[in-house]
Write a protein that binds this ligand. Sequence first.
Ligand code: NAP
Length: 242
Amino acid sequence: MEYALVTGGSRGIGRAVAMRLAQDGMPVVINYKSNTAAAEETRAAIEAAGGRCELLPFDTSDPKAIEAAVEQWEAQHADDYISVLVNNAGIRQDNILVFMTDEQWHSVIDTTLNGFFYLTRRVVKGMMTKRKGRIVNVVSLSGLKGMPGQTNYSAAKAAVIGATKALAQEVAPRKVTVNAVAPGFIATDMTKDLDEGELKKLIPAGRFGKPEEVAALVGFLASKEAAYITGQVVSINGGLYT
Ligand code: NAP
């Protein structure tokens, strides 16, 4: 059986993506770091809607934890494989560069960029063997345009964009697609400290986006219909200039 694995699937965009993929008929594996209550809530919502869901907590910045979790999942799923991987887990640790600490720099790079590398390397093997797979990386407007106060985050997201384009070319012959979605401002816990009233004046659409809107795009890129789209970065930002 084919499964979808969504990192950072307990809350926000990841939760909406997990719910969307489950609604589209895939059994979903939800990764998260520590918020078990939120992950259980997401699982309950998926199951209440008739979907199938499992939880697989690990820290995307910890390669040993990734290896142990995927190995354990595979041991319990001898006949299954992960055919859709959504690399969505991410954090913000904003500061202007001149005051940025080593911890702020490394935690963002490790969670987003190194997490992408370790997990994708582990999971893409199965997709290549089966000659079928979808990888969708959730990046950001910040990785395309650069945002002051986010050199760490912009660098991590820009690096994942480069990796998306390179990996797409490596695995296209094996019928695996690799794309990125680049949201602007989406209403989640990550943006709840921002002044939405002020920021929405800058957005042509006049509002923050909804996690479900990003999930619909990820759902399409993960679908059969998107077989000929690869190596792309699709912005979803209400018309913000990138
Ligand atoms: P969010 O509401 O803060 O949720 C973050 C999710 O990531 C949670 O499920 C969290 O798990 C998980 N996570 C964080 N660090 C992790 C780690 N080290 N290992 C495993 N899971 C980890 O964030 P969001 O707004 O939905 O953002 C999702 C993605 O979209 C991120 O990559 C973010 O950079 C990107 N994005 C967001 C926006 C926006 O405006 N919201 C815009 C552009 C891009 P726990 O519940 O266990 O903490």
